[in-house]
Design a protein around this ligand. Sequence first.
Ligand code: OAD
Length: 248
Amino acid sequence: MNFPPRLIVLLKAAERITVLTGAGVSAESGVPTFRDAQTGLWAEFKPEELATPSAFRRNPRLVWEWYAWRRKLVAEAKPNAAHIALIEMEKRIPDFTLITQNVDDLHRRAGSVNVIELHGNITRTKCFDENLLMTTWADTGEVPPRCPRCGGLLRPDVVWFEEAMPEEETARAFGRSANCDVFLCIGTSSVVYPAASLPFEALENGAIVVEINTEPTQLTGKADYVLSGPAGILLPELIRTVWSDGGF
Ligand code: OAD
């Protein structure tokens, strides 16, 4: 792709970059997105039956098993060229923050360091009653398994609809969005709040906002630059163009 020359200059000069990623970044690893018309999870499954506390109370086994299936899927997936490009960007930028809505752990597995997980992480498990993380429990064959401390049911450590966002992560995400030179919004439909307001927070505070997506979103008309195409192709190309230092 021929990137706008001004964007290359801005990225070269940037000292503070904040990135927000969504499910589109993991699409090329074979992890399904949520809202893509044919292949998105919410085209096949109903969020209110699987991703709310009341769904878990109603049918904990169904919810646990759905997440167990997704946990296996992401464990078998590998970070793709977009995840790897973001590590390369982190190495080159003094003040770099990666905010992700993804629960698949692929950014960390790729090697990203400064990651804010806004919606939790599917590889972690916590107690539904006590909200405490649990790393081990007795394998009694019960589904879901029970908390070894209180006997409550265990659940994935992800944010469900109707649940509060993690406070510290959300505050840090807003802070890093309001204090950056360039904000990159990659592979998210920008419809789930508060994550969807982060690029607007960046815009209001004078950052240059760049969107990378295969489809238009509500941000498309507002972003300073829109790069249309798959993140796994565009991000490595962009990084090679900006930092042609032979290291990547
Ligand atoms: P969505 O499924 O809503 O959006 C994925 C976006 O990625 C869409 O805009 C696609 O056009 C774009 N996309 C697909 N493939 C791409 C590719 N190869 N390169 C670049 N872009 C691509 O996923 P999110 O925006 O992440 O929340 O969804 C936000 C939240 O809604 C999720 O974190 C999840 C879901 O309900 C919770 O589970 C709390």
